[in-house]
Ligand binder design. Structure first.
Ligand code: PLP
Length: 393
């Protein structure tokens, strides 16, 4: 009954894990989830107040243009001009239902059968499946711990060919938390431009960086952006995952194609969510600054605690997003589990701690832990993981 396309599609492991944890919770189990890919904060009050006011003034009740509300497109362009020193025009902004949808649309408007897409590994769960769904072929560029899980321009060169349509760069990275330096991004971008390869930069975590690391969008690094498509959204920065709001910055030809696709699929992002986005950008950024500070403190604690787990290896410290991605091959050996997937399944079944297996991100030896949960809960989970390892040792 179902199409070949959907039969071949793999479900998102992160979404499935979250469902499993919530089923266990419903059965009364005391589950701790470190699987969260979203801030544990509520959407800031100034955003809620603005949406409330807009709603009762009759705003956001109707369809909006497919590329998004004009005020919001302008506000996004203005925000980046102020923060990143580069001005995209309003017509170069496309608003949609989250960054995930933006990436899905990008694959749909760019890929012809046989086109190749370069994806650095470890990669975010949906890139691969979205490329395949659009008829493209994913070409994985592997990265190792010793290179901080960041690909080099030389690796791009060895994996690119005539069929390469675009490369997806995600910095800060989900799942590793690693952040590419300005020079690293510039080198990859220059290579892509010179070789007629589009560069899709997923910047959904770009303001969530810690320590000495400063937020850095590709638009602050170069004016050569004709080949660049930037994806961003409100989910992570403003604790707005449920509002489903994201956007794309690119040249008008791309934006118009995205809007055409929207006009025949979802029509437009939710009206009230667009008002939430407008308020988020135009209001004080104090709530965001506080969330960022909290994540920065949690990272210090999480890095310390995870480094001390037997057989868990974390070399260089993550600098962004809210994830740690330890190599647990030694812990698997200690405990007799053949794979990280087996380790993760047993940990959930026996100690009710949910973490995401690295296989969701292209690595069998790792797990992803999220510190978008309060410190006490995180530490409790770590104690349980410790006990789990000791039980199986
Ligand atoms: N890109 C990356 C790297 C992500 O981690 C996520 C969410 O987990 C997304 C995109 C999608 O975000 P959104 O909630 O805006 O769809």
């Amino acid at each position: 009954m179902l199409s070949q396309r959907i039969n071949e599609l793999k479900p998102s492991k992160t979404t499935m894990s979250a469902q499993l944890a919530s089923e266990l919770k419903d059965q009364g189990k005391d589950v701790i989830s470190l699987g969260l890919g979203e801030p544990d904060f509520s959407t800031p009050k100034y955003i809620l107040d603005a949406v409330n006011e807009a709603m009762y003034k009759g705003k956001g009740h109707h369809y909006s243009p497919s590329a998004g509300m004009s005020e919001l497109r302008q506000a996004i362009a203005d925000f980046h001009a102020d923060h990143d020193g580069y001005r995209y025009e309003k017509e170069e902004v496309f608003v949609c239902d989250g960054a995930k949808m933006a990436l899905y649309f990008i694959c749909q408007i760019l890929l012809n059968p046989g086109d190749q897409v370069l994806i650095p590994s470890p990669y975010w769960v949906s890139y691969l499946e979205q490329v395949k769904l659009a008829g493209g072929q994913a070409v994985i560029i592997p990265s190792q711990e010793k290179q901080d899980y960041k690909i080099t321009v030389e690796q791009v060169a060895t994996h690119a060919n005539e069929q390469t349509k675009f490369l997806i760069l995600n910095t800060p990275s989900n799942p590793t938390g690693m952040v590419y330096s300005g020079d690293e991004v510039r080198a990859i971008s220059d290579y892509c431009r010179e070789h007629n390869i589009l560069l899709v930069v997923d910047e959904i975590y770009y303001r969530l960086v810690y320590g000495d690391t400063q937020p850095q969008s590709i638009m602050s690094l170069t004016d050569n952006l004709d080949h660049v498509i930037i994806v961003n959204g409100f989910s992570k920065t403003y604790a707005m995952t449920g509002w489903r709001l994201g956007y794309v910055l690119a040249r008008q030809e791309i934006i118009q194609a995205l809007a055409k696709l929207a006009s025949q699929s979802n029509s437009n992002a939710s009206g009230l969510s667009q008002y939430a986005g407008l308020a988020a950008l135009q209001g004080s950024q104090e709530d965001f600054a506080n969330m960022r500070m909290t994540f920065a403190k949690r990272l210090e604690n999480a890095y310390d605690k995870v480094s001390q787990l037997p057989g868990f290896q974390l070399s260089s410290k993550a600098r962004g997003a809210f994830y740690l991605f330890p190599d647990i091959s030694e812990a698997c050996q200690l405990t007799g589990f053949a794979t990280a997937d087996d380790f993760v399944n047993a940990l959930l079944a026996e100690y009710y701690v949910l973490v995401i297996p690295g296989s969701a991100f292209g690595s069998d030896q790792h797990i992803r832990l999220s510190y978008a949960t309060d410190q006490d809960t995180f530490n409790q989970a770590i104690e349980r993981i410790h006990a789990f390892i000791e039980t199986h040792r």
